[in-house]
Design a protein around this ligand. Structure first.
Ligand code: URA
Length: 425
């Protein structure tokens, strides 16, 4: 079959800072998925996009072409409106775990297709898999059944959803082209739009532990994604939130499940509870649901009830003890005083080195590995009092984790981003 374009022409168009036409974009994505455009050609095009950018028409068309590479889910048979939340990822960010059952308890349906951790940021599926028996992979029919019965489902995106993104993301990872706003925005939004949610709240992280460390860049990413969502008919809003300090008091899979359960029991760290409630209210508002107040649903046990049902529906045992690492090591404060900063990136790298994360896709993670944080910026500690407890099955990992934490905590006047940096509607 003769092809309407040559990849070389499309690459040179973008190299020379010109706009790609709609039909060039449609073709290049489709031809890449078919194997007609080679990896080295797509790599060159991705680098040209990273260097020269795309305008909003090009980004929107690129996103549509990625959506059209696979299936589009629909939840029309559900009685409740659907709403999802997507976080760009951070350290200790376990918000999805209490949030999905909480929003379900307040009357919306939450189809939460999630990912695994790569590098220093954790992934929701790895956390949920710390629960004995819990299964991440569901068929579309199973997903619908869990949503109907429990109001929320957290599971892996099937291979039929935006397959172009799977191929492109793997290529970006090895060609230093991940950090381009048009490519990040289209990658995230193609999956979220194909997932078929009616409304979407984006939690775009900023600060040293985030993908986009500079707030201005995070805001630009948030605006680009909100525009893409709206164009596709999804009610989309974004919050730009702090990731200069880890969220909550734990990082690592089973430790984060434990902390999420504390929140569902009406306790938990203040920042986690605050962000969970803010996001829940945004989600319910965007979905047009005016049922129960999320604060009440945390207090009266209804969010916990939805969690237990959701976990059980996917084969998990909500009463099974969570896995614990075989070894622990406590790190103490080297000075007395008020903690000024706690570097989220360093805590994330240390958590990863303890075995909670993976270096390559497909690697196994340790369910019990991670870090407990005993004091945060604003807390006053005494020299010798515990700052962190490291957890791992392999004590040989402690030294490298400790070195990642070197200098992660400073003392003096508190310096941190506000929890909510910006809101884009
Ligand atoms: N998450 C995604 O799904 N895609 C990106 O490009 C970055 C983060």
């Amino acid at each position: 079959m003769s092809e309407p374009f040559a990849a070389v022409e499309i690459i040179s168009t973008k190299r020379d800072r010109n706009e790609l036409t709609d039909s060039q974009i449609d073709w290049v994505i489709d031809a890449y998925v078919r194997g007609v455009v080679a990896d080295e050609q797509m790599s060159a095009l991705l680098m040209a996009i990273l260097l020269n950018g795309m305008n909003s028409r090009e980004i929107s068309r690129w996103t549509d072409a990625m959506i059209n590479s696979g299936e589009r889910m629909n939840w029309n048979s559900l009685a409740r409106p659907t709403v999802d939340k997507h976080s760009t990822g951070g350290v200790g960010d376990k918000i999805t775990l209490p949030l999905a059952p909480l929003v379900a308890a307040c009357g919306a349906a939450v189809p939460q297709l999630s990912g695994r951790g790569l590098g220093h940021t954790g992934g929701t599926l790895d956390k949920m898999e710390a629960i004995t028996g819990w299964r991440a992979s569901l068929s579309n029919e199973e997903m619908l059944k869990v949503l109907q019965d429990c109001g929320a489902v957290i599971c892996a995106a099937g291979s039929g959803l935006a397959p172009a993104d799977k191929k492109l993301y793997a290529l970006r990872d090895v060609t230093a082209t991940v950090q381009a706003i048009p490519l990040i925005a289209s990658s995230i939004m193609s999956k979220k739009i194909a997932e078929g949610t009616g409304a979407l709240i984006l939690d775009v992280k900023t600060g040293n532990g985030a993908f986009m460390s500079a707030p201005e860049q995070a805001k630009e990413l948030a605006k680009t994604m909100v525009e893409l969502g709206k164009r596709a008919g999804v009610k989309t809003r974004a919050l730009v939130t702090a990731m200069d300090v880890p969220l909550g008091l734990t990082a690592g899979n089973a430790l984060e499940v434990r902390e999420s359960i504390e929140v569902l029991q009406g306790g938990g760290p203040k920042d986690i509870v605050e962000l969970t409630l803010i996001l829940a209210r945004e989600m319910l508002d965007a979905a047009g649901v005016t049922g129960k107040d999320p604060e009440v649903a945390l207090r009266d046990g209804s969010a916990m009830d939805h969690w237990r049902r959701m976990v059980s529906a996917q084969g998990g045992d909500p009463d099974a003890p969570l896995p614990k690492a075989k070894e622990k090591l406590t790190i103490s404060a080297e000075a007395s005083g008020e903690i000024s900063t706690m570097n989220a990136l360093q805590v994330g790298i240390a958590t990863w080195r303890l075995g909670a994360g993976r270096e390559r896709q497909g690697e196994k993670v340790q369910a019990g590995a991670g870090i407990e944080i005993h004091a945060k910026p604003g807390d006053t500690v005494k020299e010798g009092s515990p700052l962190f407890t490291l957890h791992s099955d392999e004590p040989a990992r402690f030294e490298r984790a400790k070195s990642a934490l070197s200098g992660a905590v400073t003392f003096g006047k508190v310096e941190r981003l506000p929890l909510i940096v910006d809101r884009i509607d």
